[in-house]
Design a protein around this ligand. Structure first.
Ligand code: PMP
Length: 444
């Protein structure tokens, strides 16, 4: 009898529907580096890194030690009212870690969602304006305003109305929307015209507080905005007194081969949100940005009982040491080039592979049918087969394979992954993959 199945059956009975997207039957018992082991003792190479929340590796010994040491000394003493040395160190470290030579402040929270909520509050308080612009395809979180600011959960958002007013979406310049023969320059101009149209038709720029963007959309399919487009949008915010904020919750901390995804563009944002990997799996988030914007909201406008608690802060400080000592940003870039090389070849060999976007150890791999159209059914069959062969991977938007391993993945592990990919893409092309189990939906 499988322990995995017993535990899953128990979980299924108790967990709410909104918090579960059902893929294959995996119960994770332990993790180490770039692998996880299930309740029956089978080990998998992890290409999900807990949705990019484990960049520094599972249970990194330095992080684990820092958590133990801090937990023995102090777990929490209301950071909102009193200081502690570990949290104070983290505030300083984070303020040095983000772009911008201006006076900075740091706000600590517990999740990526609350970091984005904070940026909405700060920019409304600073500008005295109501409106917030985010993008189609965006994922900013699951709290109320963050859900509304996102596009991913739009269908679910409709069920939770009435929604907060003041939220608008501009079309993200998603490469899938490029017209036949349209070059990047023309595409950027067309999408920027659509962005401007939003303001010219019904959203006065001088009533807009914030433009919030993922420069590389994560859950939206690993899709990077063109440089020219983002330059134009940034310029527009400068001309119109609008706060420009980036959500680095998914793409930050080395994921895309640079420390922050906005570093690809050479743009310095007013506010930057950090989450997921920062505390190697403990709840912690941060907003780092211009002091004048962040201090526009007085106390107690945004604070959390456990936000920035010393244990999570200790994990973050140790994780940031690991990032530096193991040069994980450089590693992400170097290994990303290997992944790119693999797919350059693989695209010539396998018809199931469509567009492939690789930035560091961050990849979106489109799975297509014989006619080159997105094929969510086939993508799901592929991830189920990968799972059988010892690789954990999930899909985005149904048809996109999400490639986001811990940045500590080794060259040997990557070689293993490439060999397993070859096997599964061959089976996909030959039509020999098993159909999906009946009770499984195609991934979102
Ligand atoms: N922003 C982005 C870009 C994300 O990908 C996510 C989570 N997928 C969030 C925010 C929300 O983070 P959390 O789940 O920690 O609230």
């Amino acid at each position: 009898m499988s322990r995995n199945l017993d535990i899953l059956a128990e979980e299924d009975q108790n967990r709410n529907a909104a918090a579960r997207i059902k893929y294959f039957d995996l119960v994770v018992q332990s993790g180490s580096g770039a692998t996880v082991t299930d309740a029956d003792g089978k080990t998998y190479i992890d290409l999900l890194a807990s949705a990019s929340a484990i960049n520094f590796g599972h249970c990194h010994p330095k992080v684990v030690q820092a958590i133990k040491d801090q937990a023995e000394e102090l777990i929490l003493y209301t950071p909102a009212y009193f200081a502690n040395t570990t949290t104070a160190k983290l505030l300083e470290r984070l303020s040095q870690l983000t772009p911008g030579n201006f006076d900075k402040k740091v706000a600590l929270g517990n999740s990526g969602s609350d970091a984005n909520e904070a940026m909405i509050k700060f920019s409304r308080a600073y500008t005295g304006r109501p409106n917030v612009v985010t993008f189609t395809g965006a994922m900013h979180g699951s709290t109320y305003a963050a859900s509304i600011a996102s596009a991913i959960s739009l269908n679910q958002v409709r069920k939770i109305g009435p929604l907060m007013p003041g939220f608008y979406k501009a079309p993200f310049p998603d490469s899938h929307d490029r017209l036949q023969g349209e070059n990047e320059h023309d595409f950027s101009l067309r999408k920027f015209a659509e962005f401007k149209q939003l303001f010219e038709s019904y959203l006065p720029a001088d009533e807009t507080a914030l433009v919030l963007i993922e420069p590389i959309q994560g859950d939206g399919g690993i899709v990077k905005a063109p440089q020219e487009y983002l330059d134009l949008v940034y310029q527009y915010t400068r001309e119109n007194g609008i706060v420009f904020a980036v959500d680095e919750v998914n793409q930050g901390l080395g994921r895309s081969g640079t420390l922050w995804s906005i570093d690809h563009f050479g743009i310095v944002p007013d506010l930057l949100a950090i989450g997921k990997s920062i505390a190697s799996g403990l709840p912690l988030s941060a907003v780092v940005g211009k002091a004048e914007i962040m201090d526009a909201l007085p106390a107690p406008g945004h604070l959390f009982t456990t936000g920035g608690n010393p244990v999570a802060a200790a994990a973050a400080l140790a994780g940031l040491d690991v990032l530096k000592e193991e040069d994980l940003v450089g590693r992400s870039m170097r290994l990303g080039l290997r992944v790119q090389e693999y797919f350059d070849q693989a695209q010539k060999r396998y018809t199931c592979l469509g567009d492939v976007r690789i930035y560091g150890l961050d990849g979106g791999i489109d799975i297509v049918d014989q006619d080159g159209q997105p094929d969510a059914q086939l993508a799901s069959q592929i991830i189920f087969r990968l799972f059988e062969l010892g690789v954990v991977m999930i899909t985005l938007r149904g048809f996109i394979l999400r490639f986001q391993p811990p940045l500590v993945i080794t060259d040997e592990q990557l070689d293993q992954v490439f060999a397993i990919f070859d096997q599964v893409f061959t089976e996909a092309d030959n039509g020999t993959l098993k159909p999906l189990p009946k009770d499984r939906a195609i991934g979102w």
